[in-house]
Design a binder for this molecule. Structure first.
Ligand code: UN1
Length: 476
């Protein structure tokens, strides 16, 4: 039984959940404690009580602590990567990559701790000095998804702690093992009791309690738009600070002059790796007519070569989708695409392997248009559509014709079109001759329109959310 961690103690839940391997449903990774509402309140109280002391803690102590957490994560990348692949279903290589990213994030914020500085201004009044400084926000509630079980926790927990906040961390109930492993590492870093708390459990119990608690000063959320809106309205009702990262329907534009191999690489990596379960996935492939047929042929050939199998099996390119519910959801959308008149170019059916898992090989639709539901709603699976367009102008206008705005990509050799695209595409991230997914850890991450709300995550920009600004005036 893996326990919750709050007020510096490992604590049993009021209930327990099985953690099932999506590559092999006979493999149960463990039983994880589910916190009750009362326990969640106790965790929040612990964070609230620990905050005044932690806010004043020596920077050197915080810096060394985060660096040490990063070191341990990096030194255990193989083991943690395996656990990640086993629990979430991305391949071992992707699992290890994600663990490394998490380690690097902790080390980055370990260094950022001692790079905190304010600004001085001359006043408009004589003899007055103005200083702008930053203070921690307080107790930060983190409500997180299952698709990056260690990297997303890292990019929220590390800055939260670096800037002097206390944390109440609610992972998705589908990936408790990595959350538990990360908590175990943090718990041994010398962190004072109550500063970091793990509460596993259901959204309507734990998540809702965090969103509604007057003792939680800020909430950072990554997940679906529906849940994000619910969290946001609870937080706004009590004027808590909020940061939301939600869906995407990210366009990858391929122009006639593109290098075909680069275009296919970007589409395969961006749309189908991590089983397409990324909010940065390129689910709309917008292709100009001169290269369309060659692109579709080369991409389908590549897709048919990809091996969809057990995430830990050597040679697997695409792991399973996360669970039965997601598989049903993906399959429902495939049917919607067929009913809307799209052509199923490859994939479309669940497949069966040696172990019982949720295997859905890459699905590619062609002959689609941007008004179809498969091109308007986020599917969050290994499903992408090709939209054929006349020219660059039509490609840009279709790329922007969406309620989302997280990531966008273009494959072209034209400086003119790539520059124009970087300027005019409505997204928070734009990639030229690179996949829309897979981002660096030291620069801002986030989107526009309904993809994101609040200030950016990651890199130095994270401080906008995890600190509040104070302006002081002093008569000299
Ligand atoms: C990436 O593409 O490297 O949930 C990161 C997601 C995003 C993270 C994507 N928040 O997919």
């Amino acid at each position: 039984m893996y326990k919750n961690f709050f007020a510096g103690q490992w604590i049993d839940g009021s209930d327990a959940m099985d953690n099932i391997n999506p590559s092999d449903t006979s493999d149960c990774i463990g039983q994880f404690a589910m916190a009750s509402k009362l326990q969640t309140e106790q965790a929040i109280d612990a964070a609230f009580d620990a905050f005044p002391q932690w806010a004043k803690s020596p920077l050197q102590q915080r810096s060394e602590m985060l660096d040490k957490i990063g070191d341990e994560i990096l030194s255990r990348k193989q083991e943690l990567g395996e656990m990640l692949a086993r629990e979430e279903g991305k391949t071992l290589l992707e699992g290890i990559g994600e663990v490394v990213r998490a380690g690097q994030i902790f080390k980055f914020f370990g260094a950022q701790v001692v790079r905190q500085g304010g600004e001085n201004f001359d006043s408009i009044r004589p003899e007055v000095d103005v200083a702008v400084t930053r203070s921690p926000v307080g107790v930060v509630g983190l409500i997180l998804p299952w698709n990056f079980p260690i990297a997303i926790p890292a990019w929220k927990i590390a800055p939260a702690l670096a800037y002097g906040n206390c944390v109440v961390f609610k992972p998705s109930e589908l990936v408790p093992a990595l959350a538990h492993a990360l908590t175990e590492i943090i718990s041994r870093s010398g962190i004072p009791a109550g500063v970091f708390n793990l509460v596993m459990g259901r959204g309507d119990v734990v998540g809702s309690c965090i969103a509604n608690s007057p003792k939680v000063h800020a909430i950072s959320f990554t997940g679906s738009i529906t849940t994000g809106k619910r969290v946001a309205s609870a937080a706004v009702a009590r004027m808590a600070k909020i940061q939301l990262e939600m869906g995407g329907k990210n366009p990858l534009v391929v122009l006639d002059d593109a290098d075909l191999d680069t275009a296919v690489d970007c589409a395969v990596q961006g749309a189908f790796y991590s089983t397409g379960q990324r909010c940065t996935a390129s689910s709309r492939l917008i292709v100009t007519s001169g290269i369309h047929d060659r692109f579709v042929k080369a991409l389908s050939t590549r897709l048919l070569q990809l091996k969809t199998d057990h995430a830990l099996k050597k040679g697997t390119d695409i792991g399973p989708v996360i669970d039965q519910r997601q598989l049903d959801h993906d399959t429902r959308y495939i049917q919607i695409g067929i009913d809307e008149g799209a052509t199923l170019e490859c994939g479309g059916e669940q497949v069966f392997r040696d172990t019982e898992g949720f295997y859905l090989p890459p699905v590619l639709f062609t002959n689609t248009h941007n008004d179809m539901r498969i091109n308007r709603e986020e599917i969050f699976g290994p499903v992408a559509s090709v939209i054929c367009v006349r020219d660059y102008d039509e490609a840009l206008s279709i790329a922007n014709d969406t309620t989302f705005g997280l990531s966008a990509g273009i494959v072209t050799n034209s400086l003119k079109f790539s520059s124009d695209f970087k300027r005019n595409v409505e997204s928070g991230i734009v990639a030229v001759n690179l996949p829309t997914a897979g981002v660096d850890y030291h620069v801002p991450f986030g989107g526009t329109k309904s993809s994101s709300y609040g200030s950016r995550e990651q890199g130095e920009y994270a401080k906008e959310f995890y600190t509040s600004v104070k302006t002081s005036y002093t008569l000299a």
